[in-house]
Write a protein that binds this ligand. Structure first.
Ligand SMILES: NC(=O)C1=CN([C@@H]2O[C@H](COP(=O)(O)OP(=O)(O)OC[C@H]3O[C@@H](n4cnc5c(N)ncnc54)[C@H](OP(=O)(O)O)[C@@H]3O)[C@@H](O)[C@H]2O)[C@@H](O)CC1
Ligand SMILES: [K+]
Length: 484
C-alpha cells in the first residue's frame, strides 16, 4: 500500500509548463476518449460541456476524437474561448465539421464535463450553476475532465458537478479527496498523460494509507508484558455520557493498550460488565493514577466546572495528551488554556470535527470547510499540536506536513465514532507510535474498519461504534501481518 502524492494547482501549473502544454492537451483529449470508448462502448449520443479555458480545450479535443470514433457528439460551449491552446482545440473541432450549441441536449447516453478545471478561482455564476443543473438533470453517467466543475482543486470547496467518474490529469488534487470532493468526484482515475517522473517535484501532501514502516514497531516481542504497551487514561463520563468514555476505553483496549483506566465524573458505574478489563475510577483519581503513560480527555466530559478543572490538570500533565469533544470546547473557551497548551513539554493531539475546529479558530464551520487543510494546519500551529480534522477526507497534520486520510465512508456518520477514534489513536501512542504516525494510522484503521464492515453487510447503514472497534482491530492485525 502506497500513499498517493497530492499536488496543489500552483505545483501542477509548474509541471504543465515544464512539459509543453498543447501536446498535453492533445494527450488529455486522446486518453480521455480512449477511456470513454473502453468503459462506455455503447454510449452513442454524447453531450460535451466545454468552458472558456483549457479544461474546455480538453473537452473540445475529446469531442473531436469521439466524433472521429463515430459518436453523435453534442457540444455546448458556455462562453467564448479565451486560452490559446483551447482556441486551437476549438479550431480543430470546427475544422472536423463539429458544431456548437448554446443549450443542453435533452437526451444523452453519456455526458462529459469540461466547464472548469483547476483554474476555478471563485464561486460559480448563476448562469454556470444553471448549466450544471441542466447537466445533472440528464440522468446519464457524467465523466468529469480533471476535476468536477465547481470544485476547488486545492481544498474541496464548492457546489460542484456530481460526477460518476473523474479523469484526473497529471496528478491527483487534494480537493478531490476532502470536503465536497468526496461527494463530487465519483470514481477517480489517474491519467498521467505520459509525463516523465522527472517533471514532478516533491508532493505538497499525500493521500494516506497505512504504511507498514509506520506501524512496524507495534509488532510484539516474545518477552513483552502488559507494561510494555502502556496505560491509557481516559477522562470523561459525565451523567448521561458515560457510554462515550466506555467506547473510547474499549477501543483503546482492543487496539492494543496494555491497560486502560477510565476516569468517570458520574459515579454510576464501578465496573463495565461487558468489558471488565477496564479499570473504572472517579475522574480526579484516575488522573492521578501512577501507571498512566497516555492521557485522553473529552469523551463524554461535558462542560461543567469540574470538567474545566480536569482539563486544566490534564494540560498541566507531563504525559502525551489527546483532547477531544468537550475538552476542545473548553479549550476554545478560555485563553489561559490556549496559552498553557502551547507550553506543554509532552505531545498534544487535538481531534476536532469541523464545528469544534471552528471554535478553536474563532471562525465559522463554513470557513473551516472552505479550506480544511489550511484550517487544520493553523490549529496545529496555534496550539503546538498534532491535529486530526475529522469529516469526509480527514486531515492529519503537525502544522508542517499534511495528509488526507484515504479510507472510510459515510457509515461512520453515527454516534460514538469520534470516541472510538480517540481510543484507537491513544492505544497506538501508548504502544510507541509517534503522535503524527498514530493519528494517521489510527484514522486510516477507523476508516478501513467501516469499509470492511460495509463490504460484509452490503451497504453502509447501521454500523455502530462498538462494531467499528472489532473491525479496526482486525484491520490493524491484518496490516501488521504484512510487516512480518
Ligand atoms: N495548462 C496545461 O498545460 C494543461 C491544462 N490542462 C487542462 O486545463 C485546465 C486548467 O485550465 P485553465 O487554467 O485555463 O482554467 P479552467 O479551469 O479551464 O478555467 C478557465 C478560466 O475561467 C476563469 N474562472 C475561474 N473561475 C471562474 C468562475 N467561477 N466563473 C467564471 N470564470 C471563472 C479563470 O480565468 P480568470 O477569469 O480568473 O482570468 C480560469 O482561468 C486543467 O484543469 C486541465 O483540464 C490539460 O489540458 C493538460 C495541459
Ligand atoms: K471539469
Amino acid at each position: 500500500m502506497k500513499n498517493a502524492p497530492l499536488f496543489f494547482s500552483h505545483t501542477l501549473r509548474q509541471i504543465e509548463t515544464a512539459a509543453a502544454s498543447l501536446s498535453l492537451m492533445q494527450r488529455a483529449g486522446k486518453t480521455s476518449t480512449q477511456w470513454v470508448l473502453k468503459h462506455y462502448p455503447n454510449a452513442q449520443n454524447i453531450y460535451v460541456l466545454a468552458g472558456s479555458g483549457n479544461n474546455g480545450g480538453d473537452a473540445l479535443l475529446t469531442a473531436k476524437q469521439l466524433r472521429h470514433a463515430g459518436k453523435n457528439v453534442f457540444l455546448r460551449l458556455s462562453a467564448p474561448v479565451t486560452q490559446p491552446d483551447a482556441q486551437q482545440a476549438l479550431s480543430e473541432w470546427l475544422a472536423c465539421g463539429g458544431q456548437i450549441q448554446n443549450h443542453t441536449t435533452l437526451h444523452a447516453d453519456l455526458a462529459i464535463d469540461g466547464l472548469y478545471g483547476i483554474g476555478l478561482n471563485r464561486v460559480l455564476s448563476a448562469t454556470d450553476s444553471q448549466i450544471i443543473q441542466e447537466l445533472q438533470a440528464l440522468a446519464c453517467p457524467i465523466i468529469a475532465l480533471d476535476i468536477p466543475s465547481g470544485l476547488m482543486a486545492d481544498n474541496g470547496a464548492g457546489n460542484a458537478v456530481q460526477a460518476t467518474h473523474t479523469l484526473s490529469f497529471i496528478a491527483h488534487k487534494p480537493g478531490q479527496f476532502t470536503g465536497q470532493g468526496c461527494n463530487a468526484c465519483g470514481d477517480i482515475h489517474l491519467l498521467n498523460l505520459q509525463i516523465s517522473q522527472s517533471f514532478y517535484p516533491e508532493p505538497d501532501g499525500y493521500l494516506q494509507t497505512i504504511a507498514p514502516s509506520a506501524i512496524a514497531n507495534l509488532l510484539r516481542k516474545a518477552d513483552s508484558h502488559k507494561g510494555s504497551y502502556g496505560t491509557v487514561g481516559i477522562i470523561g463520563g459525565a451523567t448521561a455520557m458515560v457510554g462515550a468514555t466506555l467506547l473510547a476505553g474499549r477501543a483503546a483496549l482492543k487496539l492494543g493498550a496494555g491497560r486502560v483506566v477510565l476516569g468517570l465524573l458520574d459515579k454510576i458505574l464501578s465496573v463495565d460488565p461487558t468489558q471488565p478489563e477496564l479499570m473504572l475510577h472517579p475522574a480526579a483519581a484516575a488522573l492521578q493514577h501512577p501507571a498512566l503513560t497516555m492521557l485522553v480527555i473529552g469523551p463524554g466530559l461535558g462542560t461543567s466546572q469540574e470538567a474545566m478543572a480536569l482539563v486544566q490538570q490534564s494540560i498541566a500533565s507531563p504525559l502525551p495528551l489527546l483532547l477531544d469533544a468537550d475538552a476542545l470546547n473548553l479549550l476554545a473557551s478560555t485563553s489561559q488554556l490556549a496559552v498553557a497548551i502551547t507550553q506543554r513539554s509532552a505531545a498534544t493531539i487535538l481531534t476536532p470535527h469541523p464545528a469544534e475546529a471552528a471554535r478553536l479558530l474563532q471562525t465559522s464551520t463554513a470557513a473551516v470547510q472552505a479550506n480544511r487543510i489550511a484550517a487544520a494546519k493553523t490549529i496545529a500551529e496555534r496550539y503546538h499540536a498534532t491535529v486530526l480534522l475529522k469529516g469526509a477526507g480527514s486531515i492529519c497534520t503537525d502544522g508542517q506536513s499534511w495528509s488526507i486520510n484515504g479510507s472510510g465512508n459515510a457509515a461512520l456518520a453515527s454516534a460514538g465514532q469520534g470516541d472510538v477514534l480517540s481510543g484507537i489513536i491513544a492505544a497506538l501512542i501508548a504502544q510507541g507510535l509517534a503522535p503524527l504516525a498514530a493519528v494517521r494510522s489510527g484514522c486510516w484503521l477507523h476508516g478501513r474498519a467501516a469499509e470492511d464492515w460495509c463490504r460484509e453487510n452490503l451497504g453502509g447503514i447501521g454500523l455502530s461504534a462498538s462494531e467499528t472497534i472489532i473491525y479496526a482491530r482486525a484491520a490493524l492485525n491484518h496490516a501488521l501481518a504484512t510487516c512480518e
